[in-house]
Design a protein around this ligand. Structure first.
Ligand SMILES: Cc1cc2nc3c(=O)[nH]c(=O)nc-3n(C[C@H](O)[C@H](O)[C@H](O)COP(=O)(O)OP(=O)(O)OC[C@H]3O[C@@H](n4cnc5c(N)ncnc54)[C@H](O)[C@@H]3O)c2cc1C
Length: 379
């Protein structure tokens, strides 16, 4: 069946599980190419997400081309990076490509509105609880708002695999992510700071609406060692870094309570798990240290959006689609996922991080090289 004709009620050529950056961007691009898409998001737009909200500049042109009026939003552009050790040493460097700040509340909601305008069927407050093939070799997506039949299902459900994906539980060290929005005058609008503490690091940079995002990642043992009391952990662990102590004690915190997520792992997963094509964090997440998981999610959506129309036109089989997508994914992301994985070992330590930052401070060439390994070019 020709893809543009397949639009009976509850029947779409393509369904997307998850309305984060990967899912929404894929939906918009497919709609632009005339493909009918349905997208399911378990939360209700707009909503906050745990994220550092620093977006690598590599995505700027992509977002503008899709129709997001970034230029008009007066967003902070960030081209300076400061990294501090717990002992109070700060490495300052220029970010060659840089980034911009926008809260996920605003960004995801703008993309959702854009997708709706372009004809994407968006069901929010709608959880997908199973995806399986029926006896006509179509995929059935079982959601809290009914069953939908599709030819292709894309999993853009983020870092937590839904139970129907039957993924092996990762037993390695896991992390907790915490986010606040704050008002502070301590950091220039064009700077992002990463402050290390034992077992984690905290990023601070400006976003839209004259606020700053303060978001940290800590290994879960820090919380356990502090009787699962977040405030106590912040005071006992994060405040040991003098920069963090001053941010925590001298800023206005805007949320009633922080946003918290747990059980975070940074690993490469799969690009396909029958019958879902996976993109964004669902296919593998990078340490936030590298500051560009969002751009990777958007870039993966662009790769998928370039292949799917050819598949629907009959240019290649589903198996060939799997192979091509897998090859392009590896080509685009393997280096930075590996770089991010090793970089993670240098951070969140007391002495190691301190001495590493001092060495990097004296070797700007190496610092630039490391930063460039974790970033891509404009797409
Ligand atoms: C602490 C921390 C800080 C970070 N800081 C940065 C940063 O500064 N810059 C950066 O570029 N990246 C950062 N990242 C990474 C970035 O947040 C992710 O890489 C990015 O959000 C991935 O986008 P995604 O679309 O794959 O997933 P998400 O944005 O997580 O979207 C997935 C969506 O799927 C929905 N969903 C899940 N399951 C279902 C289901 N069963 N049914 C329906 N919907 C479902 C979820 O509700 C969610 O909205 C950070 C990550 C962490 C943990």
């Amino acid at each position: 069946m020709k893809y543009s004709c397949m639009q009976h009620k509850n029947k779409y050529p393509c369904a997307i599980v998850g309305g984060g950056l990967a899912g929404l961007c894929l939906a918009i691009q497919l709609a632009d190419k005339g493909i009918k898409v349905v997208l399911f998001e378990k939360n209700t737009f707009p909503f906050h997400k745990v994220c550092g909200e620093y977006i690598s500049m590599e995505s700027w042109d992509f977002l503008c081309t899709m129709g997001l009026p970034l230029q008009e939003l007066n967003l902070p552009k960030i081209n300076q990076l400061g990294i501090s050790s717990q002992k109070g040493f700060m490495l300052n460097t220029h970010l060659p490509l840089g980034g911009f700040g926008m809260s996920r509340f605003s960004l995801d909601n703008c993309l959702c509105e854009l997708a709706k305008k372009k004809g994407v069927a968006i069901y929010d407050n709608c959880k997908v609880f199973d995806v399986k093939k029926n006896n006509k070799n179509e995929s059935e997506v079982h959601t809290s708002k009914g069953i939908y039949t599709t030819r292709i299902v894309c999993g853009a459900y983020g870092k937590y695999s839904p139970s129907f994906m039957k993924e092996e539980k990762n037993k390695s060290l896991n992390y907790i992510g915490v986010k606040y929005h704050i008002n502070t005058k301590k950091i220039p609008d064009n700077k992002i700071e990463l402050h290390n503490f034992k077992g984690g690091y905290c990023g601070i940079s400006k976003v839209d609406k004259e606020t700053h995002c303060l978001c940290y990642l800590t290994d879960s043992t820090n919380l356990k060692n502090n009787a699962n009391d977040l405030k106590k952990m912040e005071q006992n662990v994060l405040y040991k870094n003098p920069f963090l102590e001053s941010y925590f004690t001298q800023s206005t915190f805007l949320f009633n309570a922080p946003l918290i997520i747990s059980n975070i792992y940074f690993t490469k997963k799969n690009t396909y798990q029958n019958p879902l094509f996976l993109l964004g964090d669902a296919a593998g997440s990078i340490t936030p240290l590298c500051g560009n998981g969002m751009s990777m999610a958007m870039r993966a959506s662009k790769i998928m959006a370039s292949l799917l129309p050819q598949y629907f036109d009959g240019a290649f089989s589903e198996e060939a689609l799997q192979k091509q997508y897998h090859a392009l994914w590896n080509q685009n992301f393997n280096t930075r996922i590996t770089a991010g994985y090793y970089l993670q070992f240098l951070f969140g330590k007391n002495n190691t991080t301190h001495y590493a930052l001092q060495v990097l401070n004296k070797t700007p060439y190496i610092t630039k090289k490391i930063i460039s390994l974790t970033h891509g070019t404009s797409f």
